[in-house]
Write a protein that binds this ligand. Structure first.
Ligand code: ZN
Length: 598
């Protein structure tokens, strides 16, 4: 093989992987090699070269001088024979985007550990994964969707990839993990869980199989692969996932995983976990194969900009939960509750009136992925509002075709034209396919709601499908949307400060909403509230103190900014009508939209 990689978790206690790359025919003019700056699916410059330690190059036992070209690129002096590059990687970031190594496991994405060898990117390469030394690691196994080339299933040894791009798209987990396998479309699917947990593996296999089958039926086929892997890291607190061509890496709370004694109960945490698995598996088609033209042979050295993430993340976010209700894993009531929460999340941020979803996609590198305390006032999420655009498009297609067609037909066409062929979608392709399926020109909708900051006409679209959508004032800090259990008069008497609190027991402001009572009074994110009208407040008593007041009342708040105590005079206001409540009016119409048996 022209390029051969070897990786070993050489020092688990020091979080060090040792990597060696053997290049049989290096560039006679001097070999250039580099580390990626980002990982596909997570649109932020992470500069993986920052974790490279003590790099050297040799040929025939002789050291070859190496010259740094920029933050992530190196150049070797010319050498006659085979070139061997070796270096260490510091790996101590517990996330699905990077690499993490200690005595309990070794996890890595190729983008965090493997150099790209210039001129050899399109050639196939091999990778040896070796176990750490020591008896305590004797039970370690290997999980990856990469094709084996001598390694036994789930074993250390040699694997192969058809290009550098493929090499870095198969994350690898090594350790004494829990493993269960189920089969869908004739392809084995592994679920691998790292971390301490007591999850019901049979239940997970059963439920994930239903989701996988739904997505395969939707697109018509599973893309060609030997095996698919759900790689899960169970932790005390965490949430996230990253899609790959034949696997996904997930991080979740161990409490979100189902227990045997839960029987068929779907807890809120498990519903979220199933939604995450569904989301990442949907990406197997939507973004890993159907992809923006800019993501074909993508440049991992710098930002790649596109307006299209509303479709790749928004449509995926729409289907992740929709497939749970379609397959009966959750009830229609539970699904509407998830929709109420998404709509409420979007409606509560005034940033949605300033940034369009297309701009949010384009600027994701510097805004969505670098959110600060001002985010709700300045930006909109192409996931959340993108999923509402997908919902709107689905309902618009159904309206224009009298229920004959839906977004499903769009996804199938995109799969046939762009997924199977590998032809990337241009900036307007997906919108054109949507209009084609709808048999109507929907460009006015896209101009207003995708390229402009307008809200989609949800009330009208829901009404067409048997659901009443109304916006009411929030009932308090824990109100995420849905039925409040309060009368309209009670809601109108509820006061609102216009803040989001930080985690913890103190009343610390995480975010201050634009033009809300707190901002008008001069309060700021980071301020810690200690007293209201001279009475001490803590997190537990905060809402009951506010409950004593009516809109229009003026209160005095004592708060620390850093270590300085100040007093703020706040005029309380009623909460804005930004909380979504959905009610089923015509069950038959809802069943038709959700594809349920009647
Ligand atoms: Zn996604």
């Amino acid at each position: 093989m022209a390029v051969h990689y070897t990786i070993i978790p050489s020092n688990p206690a020091g979080h060090i992987f040792s990597v060696a790359i053997r290049i049989s025919k290096p560039d006679p003019a001097g070999q250039i090699f580099s580390m990626p700056a980002w990982i596909p699916g997570s649109y932020m410059i992470r500069d993986f070269a920052r974790n490279v330690v003590s790099l050297k190059a040799e040929s025939d036992g002789i050291d070859i001088p190496v010259h740094k070209q920029d933050k992530q690129t190196w150049l070797c002096d010319p050498c006659g024979g085979e070139l061997l590059i070796s270096y260490d990687i510091y790996a101590w970031d517990l996330s699905v985007r990077t690499a993490h190594l200690d005595g309990t496991h070794a996890y890595f994405n190729g983008t965090s550990v493997f150099m790209r060898i210039a001129g050899h990117e399109q050639q196939s390469c091999t990778m040896d994964v070796l176990p750490p030394e020591g008896r305590q690691y004797k039970n370690w196994k290997v999980s990856t969707a990469m094709t084996t080339d001598g390694a036994t299933l789930h074993g250390f040894g040699r694997y192969t990839a058809s290009s550098y791009d493929e090499l870095v798209d198969h994350p690898v987990e090594c350790g004494d993990f829990t493993l269960a396998t189920f089969e869908v479309a004739g392809v084995p699917h592994d679920i691998v869980i790292t971390g301490r947990h007591r999850a019901d593996m049979n239940r997970l296999c059963r439920d994930l199989k239903v989701i996988c089958q739904h997505h395969i039926d939707l697109f018509g086929e599973l893309p060609e692969m030997d095996r698919y892997v759900f790689q899960v890291m169970a932790v005390g607190d965490g949430y996230g996932g990253l899609e790959h061509r034949a696997s996904t890496s997930l991080i979740c709370k161990r409490d979100d995983l189902p227990l045997e004694k839960d029987a068929d109960t779907v807890t809120e945490g498990y519903r979220q976990f199933l939604g995450l698995c569904s989301h990442e598996y949907f990406h197997t088609w939507n973004v890993k194969r159907i992809k923006p033209v800019h993501f074909v042979d993508m440049d991992l050295q710098q930002e790649v900009h596109t307006n299209q993430l509303w479709a790749y993340e928004g449509i995926t976010s729409y289907y992740d939960d929709l497939s749970l209700v379609r397959t009966g894993l959750i009830t229609p009531e539970s699904y509407l509750e998830l929709l109420e929460q998404t709509v409420t999340r979007v409606w509560r941020g005034s940033g949605r009136l300033k940034q369009s979803v297309a701009e949010s996609s384009f600027d994701t590198w510097t805004k969505f992925y670098k959110q600060d305390e001002n985010a709700p006032n300045a930006i909109v999420s192409y996931y959340a509002k993108g999923s509402l655009l997908a919902l709107s498009v689905d309902l618009l297609i159904r309206k224009h075709t009298s229920g004959e067609k839906s977004l499903d037909d769009v996804m199938r066409l995109l799969w046939q034209r762009h997924g199977r062929t590998g032809i990337g979608t241009e900036e307007r392709t997906i919108e054109e396919v949507i209009s084609e399926v709808a048999g109507a020109d929907l460009s006015d909708f896209f101009e207003a709601c995708l390229y402009g900051p307008e809200d989609p006409p949800l009330e009208e679209l829901f009404a067409n499908n048997g659901v009443q959508c109304r916006f009411r004032p929030s009932a308090g800090l824990s109100d995420k949307g849905g039925k409040s259990g309060k009368t309209d008069d009670q809601l109108l008497a509820t006061v609102n400060l216009g803040v989001i609190l930080a985690a913890g027991n103190t009343v610390k402001l995480a975010m201050v909403m634009e033009a809300g009572p707190a901002m008008k009074a001069g309060l700021s994110a980071g301020d810690e509230l200690v007293a209201i009208d001279g009475i001490r407040v803590d997190k537990a008593g905060f809402e009951s103190i506010l409950h004593r007041y009516m809109p229009g009342d003026s209160i005095e708040i004592h708060a620390f900014r850093r270590d300085e105590l100040s007093v703020f005079s706040v005029v309380l206001e009623p909460a804005a009508a930004d909380t979504c409540e959905l009610s089923v009016i015509t069950a038959q119409l809802v069943s038709r939209w959700l594809g349920l048996e009647m």
